[in-house]
Write a protein that binds this ligand. Structure first.
Ligand SMILES: Cc1cc2nc3c(=O)[nH]c(=O)nc-3n(C[C@H](O)[C@H](O)[C@H](O)COP(=O)(O)OP(=O)(O)OC[C@H]3O[C@@H](n4cnc5c(N)ncnc54)[C@H](O)[C@@H]3O)c2cc1C
Length: 471
């Protein structure tokens, strides 16, 4: 075989998945259609969930230096206040997606992932032994294929996975434009709702502004036809009622507001992740957090399967955990869409929502929703309130589980799993209301206890880490 795992697509999802696999010693090849890394990508911000996930992997120090911490969040462009949450302060980062991809690429390559550019995946066939991927550069064989090839995923179609959802009666253009000081676009800074749609302007570099228009009720233009400056100017004119110069585009692209989800995230030896699995209105950074969580969820499970220690059903748990999470993101972003259009009709609803946000519990719920922080996976056999959530702010041992105790008197017997799980004693943390816990390699809490009795730990270890050595 050419590799153990082939990934289609070197977007953020494919790159992080490649890094997770390479870190676990899995030979992995990423096939990317574009000959060069893209310098322009749509995203502008990573939410608190992504910041946590990158920090756990020791990446945030470097990546953060290229971004701007921003202690705010929004729900349908209604401002929330993360500072009012109890405990640990969480941050959104303003960070161009192309920069994030640059860091993820360097991380994946450093760990040994092979990225083959200018190779388009055309199809796949599979049998009991593995997959044969048909590409523009011949066939590539592997044990598994993961489609991280975006919303138009060829892998998804080839595997017979459907992608049902809503059609978008929405026409959107986004891109970076160069503008001199004092340019009229500076007066439009911010995100604004208009009766026919959205217009946002944000700084994206020195003398550079990110503009995005979105017109509801307008038939989407052909996605293959790149927009030009005249089209952008006309869209801005229609939205704000003023004909203003829109600068000199460095790049422009199209976007829309469809909500779609794959019916299955797995078809035999083929998986889909990221935007190949779910597509929704890109608000508040929920897209990248849902995408990257897919990558870290699947990465360690594939590695465990290939290493031979995966318990039965581990690979299927990828769909069982991530499909509901993707469905939830589709729902909460669709709810935000409903709060944005048409501006004159939804204005009273937005006023009431704003009043509700003044209540701490509502603010906290929406901050966690927008930040991707309240995603809870079903945790079989453990009813502790932390089970299924991420372990917040704790560096994870790469590719391994973590048995963490905050009281050295608690006896956590992980001896039978010492080749897969680290035992660490730490100072108690106000952010982790438990005496001990077991975290999986993706940072999800599989088991936790408030007492000194480690009842249930052995079962959780067997569920997620397989049989004990010599057991
Ligand atoms: C206007 C706009 C603003 C956004 N802002 C944000 C934001 O601020 N924060 C946020 O979290 N998200 C944002 N998003 C969403 C975010 O950009 C996407 O969710 C993200 O890019 C999806 O990542 P991905 O890796 O799953 O797929 P993609 O980024 O689509 O990557 C797929 C990769 O696969 C490659 N590929 C495709 N087909 C093939 C093939 N057949 N063979 C080989 N390679 C192939 C592509 O070239 C590409 O490199 C925004 C989106 C839009 C439209």
């Amino acid at each position: 075989m050419d590799a153990a795992v082939v990934i289609a697509g070197a977007g953020p999802t494919g790159l992080l998945l490649a890094a997770e696999l390479a870190q676990a010693g899995v030979p992995v090849v990423v096939l990317e259609r574009d000959p060069e890394p893209r310098l322009a990508a749509m995203g502008m911000a990573i939410n608190a969930g992504v910041v946590d996930l990158l920090a756990e992997r020791g990446l945030m120090e470097r990546i953060g230096a290229d971004g701007l911490p921003w202690p705010r969040a929004h729900f349908a462009q209604l401002w929330l206040d993360p500072g009012r949450l109890p405990g640990r302060q969480t941050y959104t980062y303003l960070l161009p997606q192309a920069k994030l991809e640059e860091h993820l690429l360097a991380h994946a390559e450093k760990l040994g992932a092979q990225i083959r550019r200018g190779v388009t995946v055309r199809g796949v066939r599979q049998d009991a032994e593995g997959v044969t991927v048909d590409t523009s550069d011949g066939e590539v064989t592997a044990a598994y294929l993961v489609g991280c090839d975006g919303a138009e995923s060829v892998v998804r179609s080839a595997a017979g996975i459907t992608f049902e959802g809503t059609e978008a009666a929405f026409d959107g253009i986004a891109g970076d434009v160069e503008v001199p000081n004092g340019h009229p676009l500076y007066q439009q800074l911010g995100a604004n709702e208009f009766n026919s749609g959205l217009f946002s302007v944000a700084p994206s570099g020195v003398g550079l502004l990110r503009v995005a228009t979105g017109e509801f009720g307008r038939r989407p233009a052909d996605p293959a036809a790149a927009p030009d400056v005249a089209e952008l100017r006309a869209a801005v004119h229609r939205l704000i009622g003023q004909d203003i110069d829109v600068g000199t585009p460095r790049w422009l692209g199209r976007w829309n507001c469809q909500t779609r989800q794959a019916d299955r995230y797995r078809a035999g030896r083929v998986f889909v992740a990221g935007e190949a699995a779910h597509l929704h209105f890109p608000l508040g950074g929920q897209a990248l957090s849902t995408n990257l969580e897919d990558a870290v969820n699947l990465g360690w499970k594939l590695a465990a399967e290939l290493a031979g220690w995966a318990p039965g059903g581990l690979l299927d748990s990828y769909h069982d955990e991530r499909h509901p999470a993707g469905e939830r993101t589709c729902l909460t972003t669709a709810a935000q869409l409903a709060l944005l259009y048409p501006a004159d009709r939804v204005a009273p609803l937005r006023t009431v929502m704003n009043e509700l946000i003044q209540f701490d519990a509502v603010n906290e719920y929406l901050v966690r929703t927008a930040g991707g922080l309240n995603v809870r996976h079903p945790a079989s056999g453990c009813d502790h309130p932390l089970a299924g959530l991420r372990v917040p702010g704790v560096p994870l041992p790469p590719g391994r589980g973590l048995a963490l105790r905050f009281d050295p008197a608690v006896r956590l017997d992980v001896d039978g799993w010492a080749d897969r799980v680290d035992l660490v004693t730490a100072e108690p943390s106000a952010d982790i209301p438990a005496v001990a816990l077991l975290a999986r390699p993706d940072g999800r809490i599989a088991w936790a206890t408030d007492g000194t009795d480690p009842d249930g730990l052995a079962a959780a270890l067997a569920t997620w880490f397989g049989a004990p050595t010599g057991g």
